[in-house]
Design a protein around this ligand. Structure first.
Ligand code: ADP
Ligand code: ZN
Ligand code: ZN
Length: 734
């Protein structure tokens, strides 16, 4: 009897590959979920053993033998493999690439799946000025002290090893001087499961009800949507549930949309639990990520905080999954393996038979639909915790008003009043579609990217023009490329220009700006946030980043400079996004005892959805918006899959998608709309032409069966070889 190994090899082919066991193989190690090193063409690949079988479509005499089994015990459990197989089928993505996405880079490359004993280097000196004095003549030791000071709990050995200077000599020197020492675990993280610091307040009735409901569901699959305005105490619910999961000896995974938010939540967990927390996001080194993965997989930690890609991390004893800000689109991967971490988390909970909790102040219409279908249970936190009041909304009709960098006289007056009361104002500038570009005042020439259908964006800070889509950049031109006029002016509204205008309008006010540029340097965001919290800022200007997670308790005025761009866009989800954004930004203000005012500038004060949002809040908006979607047969009342194709040849993507559309239409499937092909919203990017084709149906199954049937044919098309194509199931950016 021949034994055939079915292996998921990380290549873009939609199938498993058959191999014979390696020569002289210990059959006890042939367990599903171990890594296997195999010859693939002329290359070496590392795949995962998915199944062992007696059958192969290929004559066993022609099968190659695998080279080696890399693990003694499986890295992925049977449930993990089931989840990955499901994801591969659901997203129609090659299984080898899906499985690779569940591993870390180091594990993909074959690193040993062992948790080397970690050591931490820590300062022991009581008086650091003495230590600094002692190291004045030793610059490396001084540098190491600097690093250790920034990490009072100790710096892990694995991290020190990644430094590109001789830290070992410096460490030995400090240890000899009695200034530093090695220890087994970071300070304050000695494991003690019983230790949970209770909150300094009583939970309110809504919180208690939410916690009781989820607690009652533990040990089996159940999905919950926790809806609560910003500041209503959702995070407190997460903390209590985490405690509950740990007390049962289980592990919990908590997913967040942004790396920027992990330090805050991490701090809250650290202040309440004395157990170690594993962190997993793209801002870490590969060593750190691999370590977090292994600690979770081996059951060394009970809590994992991570972003999108953490959703596949194996858990030794899974207890629960929480996903915060579930409406956030960054949970959807937008290239390669295009999965939704939210939907994967729900499926994962189902396969593991554990509860999953999705939290948001502004739930997606998809999740609210799932509530209405009885798939998710709805839990609500109706009020702000601790009694803080909701802000008041004011619509400012700016039609016909003279604007100064987008600010109307009325908004300027609001800001002035706020400052005169000694309070803080926050201005939100919607950058989407409004990035400042350069225009010639004489001939109308606009600075455009040569490779994309996009305007170049002015970055006044470093005097450059940049394309936000392909990364092209150049210095600011002195004269117009069309008519050589020197009268080039910035067009559109950017945070930098609003900041400048405010500085001129309010010369005594301290203005701070939060956007990708101003916070690029490590530690900048934290520094600005501290300045705001400590009252060293009067006016805060920022982009989308302001809508996420951060708390600005002393801000009493929120101004939103332009809501129209979001209300009139080609993407059918743009109204939902805009309502979420407005609600999220508004929720940042007046958190404690002071009432906040939210001022919205618009040229469409009568827009029905805007009116509903202001009158009935987000819930009312969601209801009205859902009705519009239902009438238009749009998601969540239908399902979509989007084919994308691009090539440098202008014709090829269109021809390829026309073939796909033709094949689909030829099957005359009931309840299917084939829409397109049409040029993508950005029809040219980095010099490549882009087209898309949409499949839509009110039945998921119809879409999936069709795609399943078409894929083998499409992969063989001559037209397919001339383009780069992909399929996106449940697309979120059309
Ligand atoms: P959310 O995650 O919904 O934004 P948080 O859990 O961060 O809300 O709570 C907001 C603030 O209110 C926090 O400072 C938190 O400590 C506090 N808080 C939470 N629950 C209560 C409560 N029941 N009573 C008083 N304060 C609370
Ligand atoms: Zn470009
Ligand atoms: Zn010109």
């Amino acid at each position: 009897m021949t034994m055939i190994l079915k292996i998921a090899v990380p290549v873009p082919l939609r199938r498993l590959f058959d191999y014979l066991p390696p020569p002289a193989c210990d059959f006890g190690r042939l367990r599903c979920g171990v890594r296997v090193e195999v010859p693939f063409g002329r290359r070496r690949k590392i795949g995962i053993l998915m199944a062992v079988s007696e059958e192969s479509d290929i004559d066993p005499g022609r099968l190659k033998a695998a080279w080696a089994i890399l693990d003694d015990t499986p890295l992925l459990t049977a449930e993990d493999l089931r989840l990955l197989s499901w994801a591969s089928q659901y997203y129609h993505h090659p299984i080898g690439e899906v499985v690779a996405a569940a591993l870390t880079v180091l594990l993909r490359k074959g690193s040993a799946a062992e948790l080397a004993d970690e050591r931490f280097l820590r300062l022991v000196a009581d008086d650091l000025s003495v230590a600094e004095q002692a190291c004045k003549r030793a610059p490396r030791q001084a540098a190491l002290i600097e690093l250790l000071r920034a990490h009072p709990n100790g710096v892990p050995h694995s991290l020190l090893k990644e430094l590109d200077w001789d830290w070992r000599g410096a460490a030995d020197g400090l240890i000899r001087k009695g200034l530093a020492c090695w220890c087994e675990c970071p300070a304050g993280q000695e494991r003690d499961d019983s230790a949970f610091v209770p909150p300094p307040f009583q939970l309110n009735a809504d919180q208690q009800h939410a916690i009781e409901s989820v607690r009652g569901a533990m040990g089996a699959y159940a999905a919950f949507l926790l809806e609560g305005v910003t500041g209503s105490g959702k995070t407190e619910v997460y903390l209590q549930l985490t405690q509950e999961v740990l007390a049962r000896g289980k592990q919990i995974m908590i997913l967040l949309p942004e790396i920027n938010l992990t330090p805050q939540l991490q701090a809250r967990f650290r202040s309440r639990f004395s157990v170690p927390v594993a962190i997993f996001h793209s801002g870490l080194t590969e060593t750190e990520r691999c370590r977090a993965w292994l600690r979770m997989q081996q059951g060394e930690v009970g809590i994992l905080l991570g972003t999108r890609s953490a959703v596949f991390t194996p858990m030794k004893s899974p207890g629960m999954i929480i996903l915060d800000e579930e409406h956030d689109t960054s949970f959807k991967q937008q290239d390669g393996f295009r999965f939704s971490a939210r939907d994967v988390a729900v499926m994962r909970a189902r396969l593991l038979n554990i509860p999953v909790l999705l939290g948001s102040a502004t739930p997606s219409l998809e999740s609210l639909f799932n509530v209405s279908q009885g798939r998710y249970r709805h839990l609500r936190l109706a009020r702000r915790a601790g009694g803080a009041v909701q802000p008041v909304f004011r619509l400012l009709d700016i039609r016909g008003h003279r604007l100064r960098e987008g600010l109307s006289p009325a908004l300027i007056a609001y800001i002035s009043d706020t400052l005169s009361r000694g309070e803080q104002a926050l201005l939100f500038v919607n950058r989407r579609g409004f990035a400042p570009t350069l225009i010639c005042h004489d001939c109308g020439w606009v600075a455009r990217c040569r490779r994309c259908d996009a305007n170049l964006v002015v970055h006044a800070g470093d005097g450059r023009l940049r394309c936000h889509h392909c990364g092209f950049e150049q210095s600011l031109p002195g004269v117009c490329a069309g008519c050589s006029s020197e009268d080039l002016r910035p067009l559109g509204l950017g945070t930098e220009r609003v900041e400048k205008a405010l500085a001129e309008l309010f010369p005594d006010a301290r203005v701070a700006r939060i956007d990708r540029d101003s916070t690029r340097r490590k530690g900048r965001l934290e520094a600005i946030l501290n300045d705001i919290r400590d009252g060293r800022v009067d006016i805060l200007v920022g982009t989308q980043m302001l809508a996420k997670g951060h708390h600005f308790p002393q801000v009493t005025l929120v101004g939103i400079t332009d809501v129209d761009a979001g209300l009139y866009s080609t993407d059918f989800r743009s109204e939902e996004r805009t309502a979420q954004l407005i609600t999220q930004v508004a929720g940042r203000a007046g958190r404690e005892d002071r009432m906040g005012t939210v001022v919205l500038q618009t040229r469409h004060p009568g827009h029905p959805l805007l009116q509903v949002l202001i009158r009935d809040g987000y819930s009312g908006f969601a209801k009205a918006c859902s009705e519009e979607r239902r009438a238009a047969h749009l998601p969540p009342f239908s399902y979509q899959a989007l084919w994308r194709a691009e090539a440098s040849d202008a014709e090829a993507p269109m021809r390829f998608l026309e073939r796909v559309a033709g094949l689909a239409r030829a099957r005359s499937v009931a309840d299917l709309a084939v829409l397109g092909p049409v040029p993508a919203p950005m029809a040219r990017r980095a010099g490549r032409r882009r087209y898309q084709l949409l499949f839509q149906s009110s039945k998921r199954k119809v879409l999936h069966e069709l795609i399943e049937a078409l894929l083998p044919v499409i992969s063989e098309l001559a037209e397919a070889r001339r383009v780069r194509w992909s399929i996106d199931v449940d697309p979120v950016d059309l």
